[in-house]
Ligand binder design. Structure first.
Ligand SMILES: Nc1nc2c(ncn2[C@@H]2O[C@H](COP(=O)(O)OP(=O)(O)OP(=O)(O)O)[C@@H](O)[C@H]2O)c(=O)[nH]1
Ligand SMILES: [Mg+2]
Length: 217
């Protein structure tokens, strides 16, 4: 990086820190598209398997302990949960229902598919999706399905590894390389991955900067 690029980067990180240190509020849970808020500010969505750590990452990002409900029971977040950031609102974060939980009846899976697909295709203010992947598991077939849906909807996404504190450094290095390789095969994926741990607050500053930057596109 040139000194100018470094200065711009530091400025973006500081702007992002200030933004998330300010107003962050839960807005609503939308069980269907007709309940979505008016599309008047940029949105960034969080997607990933049940239990991947979406709600925890949202909490870490906003520096709140429990703004997004976290749970040990997979599949608890079944709606599109909206959070507003900034005063006046600069952007909205959308916690999407998790996928891939075991024993879900086919009807529930089909409902999920329809809601997510229609949301991704039709939401004009959706600037970017963060696709969360558990560091311990890497990219699974259900994640490939989600990538396919995002590619088809033409929604740009960043792949984010979660729970990096749970595995050894050597394993993290390997799963990061594999995940980058998987992302590079995709048309709508960003060619880099972000490595995070909500528990250890790792990669959170970078993630905040990425969210702010993406909201400006
Ligand atoms: N060690 C560790 N545990 C984490 C981390 N992030 C989340 N967890 C744990 O993983 C479990 C699931 O986290 P959630 O944030 O509720 O996951 P989710 O993706 O929102 O789950 P659903 O809403 O059910 O789809 C909880 O027990 C969290 O405490 C992390 O960075 N490190
Ligand atoms: Mg959740």
């Amino acid at each position: 990086m040139t000194p100018e690029e470094e200065a711009a980067r530091a400025e973006l990180i500081e702007q992002a820190r200030l933004l998330f240190a300010g107003r962050v509020e839960f807005l609503k849970s939308a069980p269907a598209l007709k309940h979505l808020p008016d599309p008047d500010v940029p949105e960034i969505a969080f997607a990933g398997r049940s239990n991947v750590g979406k709600s925890s990452l949202l909490n870490a990002l906003t520096g709140r302990k429990s703004i997004a409900r976290t749970s040990v029971t997979p599949g608890r977040t079944q709606e599109l949960n909206y959070f507003e950031v900034g005063e006046p609102t600069r952007l909205r974060l959308v916690d999407m229902p998790g996928y891939g939980f075991a024993k879900a009846p086919p009807k529930v899976v089909e409902q999920w598919r329809r809601l997510v697909r229609d949301f991704l295709r039709g939401r004009v203010v959706l600037k970017r999706t963060l696709l969360l992947i558990d560091s311990r598991h890497g990219v699974k077939p259900v994640d490939e399905d989600m990538m396919q849906m995002l590619d088809e909807a033409g929604v740009g996404y960043r792949v984010v590894l979660t729970k990096a504190d749970k595995i050894k450094a050597s394993e993290l290095e390997a799963v990061t390389a594999e995940t980058i390789a998987a992302a590079r095969k995709r048309t709508a994926a960003y060619p880099e991955v972000l490595v995070t741990s909500s528990e250890k607050k790792m990669g959170i500053e970078e993630l905040r900067a990425a969210v702010l930057q993406d909201s400006l596109i």
